[in-house]
Every structure is written in C-alpha cells, then in structure tokens.
Ligand binder design. Structure first.
Ligand SMILES: NC(=O)c1ccc[n+]([C@@H]2O[C@H](COP(=O)([O-])OP(=O)(O)OC[C@H]3O[C@@H](n4cnc5c(N)ncnc54)[C@H](O)[C@@H]3O)[C@@H](O)[C@H]2O)c1
Length: 471
C-alpha cells in the first residue's frame, strides 16, 4: 500500500503504486525522477520542481524485453527507471516470441519483429510496445488497441540522416562516383567527364515535402540547386523553393527527382511507366522512401532505354530480415537486373541508419514508454487516442490517477463517473479513436484501501478493456 517516501530536497515525492488488471498487487518503488524529454519536444516538457512522480509498480516488477539491438540510449533510460531490462540483439521467430512476450510489460522492437494478433493475444501482461524505428506496420495496431496496448514509434528522429544521404546520392549520381569506384576496385582506371555534371544550377524535384523533403530542400539550395516540390497538401516553402501543382509538371521540370512520401494506397507505384515518360531525358530518380513507391521493372526499363541517367534506391518491395547475401532473385525477381545496371546506387535501407539517428530514436521512444508506464500519457501513440493530464504535484499526496481504456460506446462515461463519484474528480480527459476510447482522471482523497474497490467496479463494465490506477 501507499507509503510515505522521504521528500527529496523538499520537492519530489515519488510513489510507486498501482492497481492494474493483468498485474497483481500493489507495491512501492524507490525514489526516482522522470526523465524530461528532449527540448525538441516542447509539448512534453514539464517542471520537475513540484511534480509528484507517479510510479505504477515496484519498478523492479516492470519487465522490459528489447529486441533487435535497441540503441544503448534507450536501454539506459529504461534501466535508470529501475525496470528489469533484457536486451537481445536479434529479432525472434513467432513461436519464441510468443513464449518470451508472455511475461513482459514492455516490449521494444525495430522493423523486423512481427507483432501479429497471435503474438499479442498471448502477451497477457503487455502494456506498451515501443517501435524503435520509423514504421509501425510490423505491429498489428488494431489488435494492440483492442487489447489496450499502446504503441509508440519515433517517426522523425532520422529525417536529417535521410536528407543527407539524398544529398550524397545527388552528387554521386551526377558524377557516377559508385561506377568509378567499382571500376577502380576492379583495377580499371577510367577517367571520364562525359555525362558527369555539377549539381549547381540543376533543378531538384522533391515529391513529398514533409520532415525529410523540407530539410532536403534547404540543404540542396545551399549547393546552388533550384528546388521545386510536389505535395498533396499546400505547404509553406522553406527558403526559395516552390510548390508545383501537380506531379507531372514537377517530373517534366526536374533534373533530379527524389521521393519522400509515405507508403499508402495512393503512393503504391506512384512512379511507373507513365511517370518515367514524363521525366526529362537524362534525369535521375532517387527513392529513399518506401519500396512500394516505385515500379521497379518500369525503372529498369527507363534505365536501359537511357531515359534515366542514373538512380538510387535505398528501399525495396521485399527486404531481408537480417544482414547477409540475401540480395538475389529469391527476394525480388528483378534483383539480378538491378545489379547489372550502371550508375544505379543500391543501398540496404540505410537512409536513417546513423549513430545520431539511432541515438535520438532510442531516447525518444524510451521516454514515451516511461511516460506511458509511469503516468499513463498516450501523447505520441500511433494506435490509441492521445490523452495527457498535467502531472500531480507533491501537494496532492492522496490523489490517484485512473486510466481506463474502453470500448467507444455510449454510456461509459456515466458508468465511470458513477464509480468515481465518491471522490472529487480534479481533472479528467477522454478521447476516442475508432472503436477505442481512453480516459484519464485524477481523483482526490483516495484511501489506499479504496483502490481495490475502484479497480473492481471499473473492470465490471462490459465496455472495459484495461484499467490501471496510479497513485
Ligand atoms: N530510407 C530510410 O531509411 C527512411 C528513413 C526515414 C523515413 N523514410 C521514409 O521516408 C518517407 C518520408 O518520411 P517523412 O518523415 O518525410 O514523412 P512526412 O510524413 O513528414 O512527410 C511525407 C509528406 O508526403 C506527403 N504526401 C503524402 N502522400 C503524397 C502523395 N501521394 N504525393 C505527394 N506527396 C504526398 C505528405 O503530405 C507529407 O507532407 C516515408 O515513407 C518514410 O517511411 C525512409
């Protein structure tokens, strides 16, 4: 039950208690403070002078399984919370994953671990999934939401790395650098200038002017390129770049076309035979977005016909699950054709693979996980409604935070408020996303022995998915 924990420097009173379905019992934790997120996420910042750090369990009880070599920065943040962290370098096949996930409250993965409905249904204690990467299509998000499991990722921590790789490729293609290098590795001296260009004064066409596309435009302009971009939404231009009203016009005006759109039904084969025909003769295509965005057989045709002077691909429709000699015809049937083409830069999905990006992803996702476990905040979640409440303070010692994930059906709020009615509801927020709703409420004057009853009554509703009480 709740314990008075000595106040540290008269500011923070750390408590560490919770009721949660799926995790038995109440316990207390050592004093520990919450890690403030980076300054680049101002909405997440908070003062730590009067904040009461909610801790859901004895933190030693929180079991975290990290797969796929999650960056040390993330591991450190989770370990500093006192959680039991096990880190494994590889992903796990489904059967092993089902065994290992049964116990854990938090799982951290990257892109290769598949969290299917079957896996998630066996994860009886799982509260939250951290995707220490950009994409989340390796997780069955709908099933996770229906089980009240939040999913977080780090969509934009590696934007700069992708933008810089693209700059390298623009120059690399214009100067045929990878061909010259491969020749010299093979002992062949081939000093040529025909078909090699400066990029200064050339036009870069950016498709998708989001986090990556817009940063890229600034870098490209610094090299003297003219930048135009096409996006499905009107977006303010950075620097002197110009938005173009349609893709066809952009393709016809660009010396270099680079793709930075998400993978959606609309972007599937966005660049195919018709679009290659609209491009300038002797132009270049770069795809560092997703493998489905370019029709690769059509690209091979455009390269062979000389329509394209070069291309760079970082992403492919099918990508191997690990490193090795897997880039062959059994992966994608056009692979051998790609490997035979000149001035085609092929990279193994390394756009975001820098030390800086991995480190930033580790920090951002770990902070999301800690905030969710300790405070219930879903801000940044990709599958639950985003709900947050300001922190409780040390002046609110007998408060409890109720977190209630429930089906989005009429009448639930009335039921919840009936259950909470004997307490003052200091603040409450609820939001829904599709079939799932998420409620947070801070209630005052709660006696420890009332928590069990509160938990029991909230769980009784047919709309209930998951209830946690932090205090
Ligand atoms: N190669 C890598 O390692 C790597 C790393 C990070 C991101 N990515 C990929 O890069 C892509 C862009 O990432 P981001 O962070 O800039 O995304 P973002 O969401 O910030 O920007 C995407 C932009 O594309 C626009 N868009 C959507 N559909 C479009 C369409 N049909 N035509 C034109 N514009 C469209 C959106 O309006 C948005 O402005 C994503 O596919 C992402 O998965 C790859």
């Amino acid at each position: 039950m709740s314990k008075d924990i000595p106040i540290v420097q008269k500011v923070a009173r750390s408590v560490s208690n919770s009721w949660s379905n799926g995790i038995a019992g109440l316990s207390s934790s050592p004093t520990t403070s919450f890690h403030s997120p980076q300054a680049s996420f101002p909405g997440l910042q908070r003062s730590n002078t009067t904040q009461k750090a909610l801790k859901p369990f004895d933190t030693k009880d929180i079991k975290v399984l990290l797969l796929e070599n999650v960056n040390e920065t993330g591991q450190t943040i989770l370990r500093e919370q006192g959680y039991q962290v096990e880190a494994i370098k590889s992903s796990l096949p489904e059967e092993q994953l089902i065994e290992r996930i049964k116990d854990v409250h938090v799982i951290g993965i990257r892109s290769k671990t598949k969290l299917t409905a079957k896996v998630l249904n066996s994860a009886k204690n799982l509260l939250v999934i951290g995707c220490f990467c950009i994409g989340t299509n390796q997780v069955d998000l709908k099933t996770a939401a229906s089980l009240g499991i939040a999913v977080f990722n780090s969509p934009f921590s590696n934007s700069r790395s992708v933008a810089e790789l693209t700059i390298a490729e623009i120059i690399g293609l214009a100067r045929q650098i990878t061909d010259r290098s491969a020749e010299l590795h093979a002992g062949i001296w081939n000093k040529v200038s025909a078909g090699c260009w400066e990029v200064r004064g050339k036009t870069l066409g950016i498709v998708g002017y989001g986090h990556i596309g817009s940063q890229l435009s600034v870098l490209a302009e610094q090299m003297g390129m003219q930048v135009i971009y096409y996006d499905v939404v009107p977006l303010m231009a950075l620097s002197t770049s110009k938005q173009i009203k349609d893709l066809e016009t952009l393709l016809s005006k660009s010396d270099f076309v680079t793709l930075h759109v998400p993978e959606t039904a609309d972007t599937n084969n966005l660049i195919s035979t018709a679009q290659f025909a609209q491009m300038r003769s002797g132009s270049y295509l770069i795809n560092n977005s997703r493998g489905s965005v370019v029709d690769i057989p059509a690209l091979i045709e455009a390269m062979r016909s000389g329509k394209l002077a070069g291309a760079a691909l970082d992403v492919y429709p099918n990508e191997p699950g690990g490193n090795g000699d897997y880039f062959n015809g059994s992966l994608n049937n056009f692979t051998d054709d790609l490997r035979s083409l000149k001035n085609l830069i092929l990279t193994p999905h390394i756009g975001g693979s820098t030390e800086e990006a991995q480190s930033a992803i580790g920090v951002e996702v770990a902070q999301f996980l800690v905030r969710y476990v300790n405070e219930g905040t879903t801000q940044g979640s990709v599958n639950l409604p985003e709900v947050t409440l300001r922190s409780l303070t040390i002046d609110e010692p007998n408060h409890a935070r109720v977190i209630y994930v429930h089906k989005n059906v009429p009448g639930v709020l009335r039921q919840v408020n009936n259950v909470l009615a004997d307490h003052n509801i200091d603040k409450q927020m609820t939001d829904s996303r599709g079939e799932i709703a998420y409620l947070m409420a801070d209630i005052s004057n709660v006696k420890p022995d009332e928590l069990k009853e509160l938990q029991h009554n909230l769980t009784a509703s047919s709309a209930h998915i998951r209830t946690r009480i932090l205090y």
